[in-house]
Design a protein around this ligand. Structure first.
Ligand code: CP
Length: 309
């Protein structure tokens, strides 16, 4: 049973809550393998997707998760909504609440926006990524992918390479993987390392080889060009050469180690095309698992609402 009406981040989620979401995703994935993707689990419930930033995977999978579970589903196009007339986030949320909706999946460029919304609406708010803060559903699908591959998370070594400073995916993975007992090693250009990241449980490696040495999984991070003020590394080709994931660097990982990336990938920058399309890559599986994880979250939040609200 989840302990809150909202899912805002993994820093505040317990290991039990995370495991419950992953267990639910396993059942959802079995459902997705079936010939009919129609359930009535969320019949009569309404999900709104409210994305202030671009998205393909997160928004589409929330929308499909709602539809497959039988919920009504509405997407607010921020570009054509009253947000453009200056309506505040809280007023937008209260307006949606007044229409008796049940869930809002939100992505916002400002860290903390989902929490602010959650405090001001009756609907359950799910964070689909807020600034450089957290992207909990991405980390949950990453953990689900690893658990499917290895049968466990505890004791795995996960190497995360790239733009850690601007990455909400890295933060949520650090919290979630740590709670389930994995060791997280990170390597990044010094300009892309958040201050005091080691106090949050990360092992900061001194080289890419050290980070990847003996790893069970290697995760490349997208360069967040939209969150940079410029000048954090000399060129994309140098970034690829010194911080990217290629077959040579994967030679340091365990035999059979897998490659993850949250997408969208800058091909040839964070990962070589050979790695993206290679046999170790679970990138497409991650997308399927994202749908299963978001179905699980919606079902569990619906149960919380039924019992507590
Ligand atoms: N991983 C992820 O958040 O992808 P989208 O930006 O396409 O949602």
């Amino acid at each position: 049973m989840l302990k809150s009406k909202d899912l805002l981040g993994l820093r505040d989620c317990s290991a039990e809550e995370i495991s419950e979401i992953l267990d639910g995703a396993r059942a959802a994935k079995e459902f997705l393998k079936g010939s009919s993707k129609k359930s009535s689990a969320l019949a009569g419930k309404t999900l709104v997707t409210l994305f202030y930033e671009n998205s393909t995977r997160t928004r589409t999978s929330f929308e499909l998760a709602g539809k497959y579970l039988g919920a009504n589903e509405v997407n607010i196009s921020v570009a054509t909504s009253s947000v453009q007339k200056g309506e505040t986030l809280i007023d937008t949320g209260k307006t949606l609440d007044a229409m008796k909706i049940d869930f809002i999946a939100i992505r916002h460029p400002m860290a903390g926006a989902p929490e602010l919304l959650a405090k001001n609406v009756n609907a359950s708010v799910i964070n689909g990524g807020d600034g450089m803060h957290e992207h909990p559903t991405q980390a949950l699908l990453d953990m689900f992918t690893l658990r499917e591959k290895y049968g466990k998370i505890k004791g795995l070594k996960v190497a995360i390479l790239g733009d850690i400073k601007h990455s909400r995916v890295a933060m949520s993975n650090l919290f979630g993987l740590g709670k389930l007992g994995a060791e997280v090693y990170m390597y990044a250009p010094s300009t892309m390392v958040p201050k005091e990241i080691e106090k949050l449980g990360a092992h900061m490696a001194k080289s890419r080889e050290e980070a990847v040495d003996g790893a069970d999984a290697v995760m490349g991070l997208r360069i967040q060009l939209e969150r940079m003020n410029g000048g954090l590394f000399p060129s994309l080709s140098e970034y690829a050469r010194f911080y990217g994931v290629n077959d040579k660097i994967l030679g340091y990982a365990k035999k059979g180690a897998v490659v993850l990336h949250p997408g969208p990938v800058n091909r040839g920058v964070e990962l070589t095309p050979q790695v993206i399309d290679g046999e170790r890559s679970l990138i497409n599986e991650q997308v399927t698992n994202g749908l299963a994880v978001r179905m699980s979250i919606l079902k569990l939040l619906a149960e919380y609402r039924e019992k507590n609200l």
